[in-house]
Write a protein that binds this ligand. Structure first.
Ligand SMILES: [Zn+2]
Length: 272
């Protein structure tokens, strides 16, 4: 595994960046040659085999397309262990839900868990937060129906995050210079929680025999997957089972260091 792209992004390192489309294509072909050699060395390719391995993932993961969050690598999973659905903002559109349902139907013997994974610094969440704060300035998104579709899903969490911040810190929080950063930070776990809740409702997990649904947030700085509201340790949380759970989560996180480290929280003239 070459970790250099993580440590020093190719975009900032001309020597590591393919200069042309042909270079990029050659990079991919070289990568597949290495993968093929690794697969053969590990027994993933069986000489003389006439049928591919049977697909049998133990987990289904819905995560963001962000290049810094490669889902199999984040969980140190091998091929055929995870059925992965990636879409910007890890939102639950029809095709994503259909993909998850397909996996649950086709691999019911092996799948034990469905996971929604959000991540810090999510560009899709940032776009949704900006749209929520200033709809008239979100022109680039407004003119693209497909982009709007992604953002619209996340607006539910952005609004919930905004309400939580006001409930915990009062309307003064709106004047805080870092309000946007705090709102984006809070929207990330809430968006993952909302998606996990929607997924569990769609899949009927509260009925007997439904799959377990969990969710978490990947932190780009520490490479930790954590289950809200506890963001300090490695783990995943069970999907919220009611809308009230989402409100409780928003309030708990709004008062936590995740959010308060962004806010100045200077007492105003009318505060006690
Ligand atoms: Zn993202």
């Amino acid at each position: 595994m070459d970790w250099q792209p993580w440590l020093r992004p190719a975009a900032e390192d001309p020597a590591a960046r393919p200069a042309t489309a042909a270079d990029a294509l050659a990079r991919l072909a070289d990568g597949n040659r290495r993968f093929r050699a690794d697969a053969a060395a590990c027994g993933g390719v069986v000489p003389g085999a006439t049928a591919p391995p049977r697909q049998a993932p133990f987990g289904v993961v819905l995560g963001c397309s962000d290049a810094r969050v490669p889902l199999e690598l984040v969980f140190d999973a091998a091929p055929n262990q995870l059925f992965v659905v990636r879409v910007a903002g890890n939102v639950l559109g029809d095709e994503c839900l259909g993909s998850v349902e397909y996996a649950l139907h086709s691999f019911r013997e092996s799948v034990r868990l469905v996971v929604v994974l959000g991540h810090t610094g999510c560009g899709a969440v940032a776009a949704a937060v900006d749209t929520y704060l200033s709809p008239k300035h979100a022109a680039g998104i407004a003119f693209s129906r497909s982009l709007r579709t992604v953002v619209n899903h996340i607006l539910v969490a952005a609004r919930s995050a905004a309400l939580s911040l006001e409930q915990v810190h009062g309307t003064d929080v709106l004047e805080d210079p870092n309000y946007r950063a705090a709102l984006a930070e809070l929207t990330v776990p809430l968006n993952a929680a909302v998606t996990a809740y929607q997924l569990s409702v769609e899949l009927g997990t509260r009925e007997a025999g439904g799959p377990a649904v969990a969710y978490g947030v990947f932190d780009l700085l520490s490479a930790t997957v954590a289950g809200p509201p506890d963001l300090a340790a490695v783990g995943l949380s069970a999907a919220p089972t009611a809308p009230e759970d989402l409100v409780d989560l928003g309030v708990r996180l709004a008062g936590s260091p995740l959010v308060t480290r962004h806010l100045h929280l200077i007492p105003g003239p009318f505060s006690e």
